[in-house]
Design a protein around this ligand. Sequence first.
Ligand SMILES: [Zn+2]
Length: 328
Amino acid sequence: MTTNPALTLHFSALVIDGHCDSIGDQLEQGRWLGDRSDKGHLDLPRMREGGVTAQFFACYVPTPFQRHGAATHALDRLDQLHLLAEQLPDRFLIARTAGDITRAKSEGKLAAIAGLEGAEALDASIGMLRQFYRLGVRNLGLAWNHRNAACDGVAESRTNGGLTEFGVKVVEECNRLGMLIDVSHLSPAGLADVLAVSQQPIVASHSNARVLCDHPRNLTDAQMEAIAQRGGVVGVTFVDAFLNKETPAAATLDDVIAHLEYMLKQIGPDHVAIGSDFDGCTTPPELPDITAYPRITGKLVERGHSAVVIRKILGENLLRVFATVCGA
Ligand SMILES: [Zn+2]
């Protein structure tokens, strides 16, 4: 029997992916994530095949709901995640602490980290933020691309808006509750404000390096360095347009590796992670769904990165931030 050291490393590592939109498929297309499908990028059987233990599931609020019914829509998505956990208790759980994630790994279960993508879901209410926390939400993406009550997203950056007064309160309350703040999609001024206000490390769950791909959704070196200096993490994403702005269809797995390696060099191995954006984007052909995850580990091994560094990228860095902010 031959053993592949990269596969052994991958399947023994704790793999945590920082972002997906798959729960929207379950709500809006009825694609139950407990069953294996050939549609979309991610379901629980394919997570297991890909050696991914924990997944951040974003409750995104689609544009038509952003101005009306946002909280209800986000709750509907969160409800779908809870239905999965309730109906598959021996396979799947919603992690509220870092211990829940490591326990899932040791018990052979899969874990979800519940998140919101856009403060629209809060309906401008701090009470709603607390209610979402009580329902297990542990990651708040402050913005999608537009303006909301808390902040401006990257599509609003013409006016240089950052956090609103409400947004400052949201950040402070997230710190107090123990909820991660996610700055992907946030305007540059908003990111600077979060860095000034937050007492806790933050994440950019699915953003690439601006130097390699000059897209407004990607981060400059200074932004990545500021996130790293405060102990935070940047998740390299598979979104083809954030890998290769000019020719998204030509994006490859090598581009993903290039962004990972650039960040390793720029901000160090303790601050780099992966946030695929599965079911929210078009991915490179070598990463057609989550079962392809071991190819990333294979490439990193081939490129000479150590097992210690690879484990950090695959999950240990996100776990550290999660433990720091949300509890061990
Ligand atoms: Zn996104």
